[in-house]
Design a protein around this ligand. Structure first.
Ligand code: AMP
Ligand code: ZN
Ligand code: ZN
Length: 416
């Protein structure tokens, strides 16, 4: 399958020609069958119970006519970049190397979401290969309307269509951009992504139970309604496999639920790498950090610290070279910072957070799918997001690369 295939649209055209030629009574089969395209949509931080608010009728309609899981388990840490890369590689963050939104690599320096030089540097992503890179290498076409990693040439390869991340693009503008790529002459992309972050922003700024969050649900659902209507108009909606996921959920963080790392230990001998739900530290070169580390490892209210090698096994985390030596996890509903870092913040502490233990119910993610490859009206048991990769590769009739997922976990979603 390492050559460019005719698209399914062509097969359908072939069918039409055969039917018009008067052979419709024959059970018509396309001469060459090719897989239906997959559109992978992420609604960042959409907690599956948001569906029950009755504010997302378009999403509900996709689910009603398709298949869903009550929830999908994120991988640890339940943060945006690590989980988005897990979904498109089938590897847990400790294996694909995007171990945090903020991290340090001995050879590459510092990575953060606001550092465009880092997010677009393929070396950060090169421990794994995302779906669009594998497909491009195999001569197939892809279009990515944002997805962490799509701005970088990974193993020297980019999607056919992509644009640099721009948080100012509205949800509708993102849909229209993707449609403009689908409308281009020539073979259609076999794999597309679409990414919305309005629900994540509202969740952080106002909390998951706010009016603003409800408004963001309406906005993103409106964009999905627009997408479905436009795909229907083109005759494509029933001929694409659409998968709607989120990367993680959102927990409310009441004002003042802050743990100060500099009150828990002496930070003079430690280099903080990241703060937030997970605070991470490395010993400062040339300093004896043993006392400061021992204090951190001691008991604290609303925070528990570990040496990376002593993290609970079920988190599947702590072996990658980018995972710092000491990790402190906040209790759900709390966040960790230092007074110095707080003073530098321009915005107040968030009223919603994620990044907690991936088994925490508030961290659960969304999974809904619709299309010819999926069962209709079914609900299947929850599974972990590493399984989305083998599912997509099966839908695309592509050999998956080695990964942490299991097709068996998600076979019940498939029509055949
Ligand atoms: P967080 O909630 O800290 O895990 O980060 C999520 C935020 O990352 C989203 O709300 C977006 O604003 C931002 N984001 C998403 N994709 C990208 C990207 N490709 N480059 C930079 N920032 C991004
Ligand atoms: Zn996220
Ligand atoms: Zn977020």
């Amino acid at each position: 399958m390492n050559v460019s295939l005719p698209t399914s649209w062509r097969s359908v055209l072939a069918l039409l020609v055969v039917a018009l030629a008067g052979c419709a009574e024959q059970p018509a089969k396309p001469a060459v069958s090719s897989p239906d395209p997959v559109l992978l949509i992420s609604i960042d931080a959409f907690r599956p119970d948001y569906m029950e608010r009755g504010l997302t009728p378009n999403l509900a309609a996709i689910a009603a006519d398709g298949v869903r899981a009550p929830y999908m388990l994120p991988s640890f840490p339940s943060l945006t970049f690590p989980n988005h890369y897990t979904i498109v590689t089938g590897l847990v963050p400790d294996h694909h190397g995007i171990v945090n939104n903020t991290m340090i690599d001995p050879a590459l320096g510092q990575f953060s979401l606001s550092n465009r030089d880092a997010t677009s540097d393929g070396r950060w992503w090169a421990d794994a290969e995302p779906i669009w890179v594998t497909l491009q290498k195999r001569g197939l076409r892809t279009a990515t309307m944002f997805w962490p990693g799509t701005e970088a040439a990974i193993h020297g390869v980019r999607p056919d269509h992509w644009i640099p991340y721009d948080g100012n693009l509205t949800s509708i503008q993102r849909v229209d951009k993707l449609l403009s790529w689908i409308d281009e002459a020539g073979p259609k992309p076999l794999f597309d992504t679409l990414y919305f972050d309005t629900v994540d922003h509202a969740g952080h700024e106002h909390g998951p139970d706010s009016k603003e969050l409800d408004d963001s649900l309406r906005e993103v659902d409106g964009a999905l309604g627009h997408l479905v209507a436009e795909l229907r108009r083109r005759g494509l909606y029933e001929r694409m496999n659409i998968i709607v996921v989120s990367d993680h959920g959102m927990a409310p963080v009441p004002k003042g639920n802050t743990v100060f790392a500099d009150e828990a230990t002496d930070l003079d001998a430690l280099d903080p790498v990241s703060y937030g739900v997970m605070a991470t530290f490395n010993p400062k070169p040339g300093h004896d950090a043993s006392k400061a580390i021992a204090r951190l490892l001691g008991p604290h209210e609303h925070m528990r610290c570990y040496r990376r090698e002593d993290l609970p096994k079920r988190l599947d985390y702590g072996t990658h070279r980018r995972v710092p030596a000491i990790l402190c996890l906040a209790d759900t509903g709390w966040a960790i910072i230092s007074h110095e870092a707080l003073a530098k913040r321009t915005d107040p502490m968030s009223l919603g957070e994620h990044g907690y233990d991936n088994l925490d119910p508030t961290m659960r993610a969304l999974f809904i799918a619709h299309g010819p490859g999926f069962r209709k009206g079914a609900t299947v048991a929850p599974f972990q997001n590493v399984d989305v990769y083998p599912l997509i590769m099966r839908l695309l009739d592509q050999q998956p690369l080695p990964n942490d997922g299991h097709l068996d976990e998600v076979k019940g979603l498939l029509a055949h």
